[in-house]
Design a protein around this ligand. Sequence first.
Ligand code: GRF
Length: 196
Amino acid sequence: MKNLVVFASGSGSNFQSIIDAVTNGNLNARITGLIANKYNIGAITKAEANDIPVRVLSDIDFDLYSDYENVLLTQLRSWKADIVILAGYLRKIPGAVISEYEGKILNIHPSLLPKYGGKGFYGIKVHKAVIEAGDTESGCTIHIVSEEYDKGPILAQQKVSVLPNDTPEDLAARVLVQEHLLYPKIIANYINTLTN
Ligand code: GRF
């Protein structure tokens, strides 16, 4: 069985959908830890409620970026992470982590990448941009993380309609419903393709 370590910065609703999939037997994996980059976030409450160990680590708390990278890698090794799941994690993943877990870091993004991806496109800003552009569809994307922000190989996408009077919040909520369905399913499939 594979060990998952989840990274989150926010409410952790995707994290919860992964916890639920593990609990229901739809995702054959163990969640061995949560990395958060700040205290007092919903994701930490959810980890605690499910007896999942938490480590709060932010690069801004370290004088040297290399110290941050090393502490993060040591934590991932000690949790025996086989795969890293980014679930609303708002800081860049250090290069050393990407190389050590090459092909084993997944991310979910709330748009149909490559549209509305890259620096500055996160959270509600993504949905605002979609509405301002007048797009009639949006959705979410699950991809493998590479060095370039939101650019790694795409594993799956789910489209949703953008309705005429949608606010960014309406659209975010509609996309999030699909995120919760898609992410655990794609993680489960992806794990099955890993040979080590
Ligand atoms: C989601 O919309 C996800 O696509 C993005 O960040 C958001 C996280 O939401 N990367 P939550 O914390 O899982 O509720």
